[in-house]
Write a protein that binds this ligand. Sequence first.
Ligand code: CUK
Ligand code: CUA
Length: 663
Amino acid sequence: MNQWTKRSLVMGTLLVGGVLGLSYCSNKAEQQIQQQEQGNLNASADLKTLMAARNLTEGDVEAALKTYTPTGKKDEYMIFASGGQSGQVLAIGVPSMRLLKVIGVFTPEPWQGYGYGDDTNAILAGGNQGTHKLTWADVHHPNLSETKGDYDGQYLFVNDKANARIAVVDLADFATKQIVANPLVASDHGGAFVTPNTDYVIETSQYPAPLGRDYAPLSDYKAKYRGLAMFWKFDRTKGRIDPAASFGVELPPYSQDLADAGKLVSDGWVFIGSWNTEMATGGTLQGKPAIESGASQNDMDYLHIIDWKKAEQVVAAGKTTTMKGVKVITLQTAADENVLTLVGEPKSPHGADVTPDGTAIVVGGKLDTHGTVYEFSKIKDQIAAKKFESKDEFGVPVLSFKDTIRGQVELGLGPLHTVFDDKGNAYTSIFLESKVAKWSLKDMKLIEKLSVHYNVGHILAAEGDTVSPDGKYVVAMNKMSIDRFTGVGPLYPQNFQLIDITGDKMKLLADMPIGIGEPHYSQMIKTDKLKPLKMYTPGFNPATGVKDPNAVEGGKERIERHGDVVDVYMTAVRSHFTPDQVEVNEGDTVNFHITSLEQAEDQTHGFTVDMYNVNISLEPGKHENVTIKADMPGVYPMYCTEFCSALHLEMQGFFLVKPKGAK
Ligand code: CUK
Ligand code: CUA
């Protein structure tokens, strides 16, 4: 039997198997033939010849061996990466650096049907701010839920810097469940960082403005403009943020930046960097310095230290004011009650990262060459003893810089973010030098620098933000890729570079071009901590988290008319929708209630009504509701958008809209 006969036999099996739902087995047969073919090809080529032909060094081959993941083999880690301006989150396997999923979060995602049905539209609508419909977000920092300071694999939180929002993604089905909009500020940045048991999701503002998004002229900057640290209470039993149990802490009008929660000995505290303590507001047309230079005058800015357990007590004691429905500890109260304390940090800092043991906080400096390490015990003791050096002009106590730090280590030009391994080492991204600096936390000594390509922003490490990082891998998230990839026009991909940190020397293993958004931060979790669902229980509505009241059972499909409202109770199963003919009158409101009757793994259907901007994803067992206004008379195919079986194309129906006045 030659290959072609074998192939056509397999295709025949595929066709029959697809109808019978046996495509998995026949795929396996196809795979075996492919492997045989590859085996025959490779037998004639030895490794050295291949290396020469592809111009590969031994180092390249070693890197390939460390990352190559043959078909069927799975990754040890998963990265959850910010999708930047796309408003989404990327799930990436490590070490293969294969993209596994793009999770729709703040932006509609058609494949998942996210934002094209009633229930996911309601989730997106939860993030409405202001009067303009928001169709994008600037995602910066994904953070995994933690239990006792360790990733527990249950939830992921992300922030939208552009519109001050936080989203909750459930890692049971990798789907967004909630978006909360901060009513007090217009931008955030220090989010979405979690406390060690995920009691709170922290969101701090970036650009100061009057709280509540009121108007005040820039001449009132010091008097009326403020920052905010929001503590969103997470209700784990519901898997949702509870806005009513959340609170804010008013901050001075400095530009608050990255934040991190304390852990172990520093549990109960939050550290937030800031820049522009000069409170520059620009005014270039009036001949004043641009904000970039106005904000770079002071040698020191302020690290903000918040005692959030104290803040909880202050809230419980009712010492808050309510602004737009949010309980807020005013700046005055925060200063008086020592909820908020400041300490100097070197020129235009970026990053505030708590070490795995919780004893120290590492801060980088965009305009400083050091990594600065603060000793938490010194901070805590001085606050307890009320040993303050001064107050800022808003009355917030300030600690002495030199009495607070463990030390500083010279790292290079533009140190930004720091992550940690399991051996007491820190890894800091050096933006201007395009390097990753490895240094020892104990000896405060630089160990090694590795070139990355190029302009590294954040870096991340395996389980890097937990109390027990794994070591093994660091990923440099590079802003520029200049000469790394084939050209795709003037908007270049970003470049994630996987680095092996197991040996004495860091070793670059692989590049992954990122052609979506501008990722900022990511976290990397061991995949054995994730317990993703394979399918939903029949009739389950993932957006509401319960079996849908309109779920449809096989045999109970029907169309009901109530005046000009038509309810279509529909099921989907290979390879048909029931009912497959829906005729309504122009002007009717049509509610589709669709349940997938599938209970076989990876058997997904889609459902669209052409021209009506509907596309939902029906994973096995899932229920979705879609409402459309039948305002376009005509005949519109409804069809399944997922190639689900050999008779997928036949999985269609008709949506007929009878024009007004027609017989
Ligand atoms: S920021 Cu982007 S590289 Cu938003 Cu975390 Cu530093
Ligand atoms: Cu169902 Cu295609």
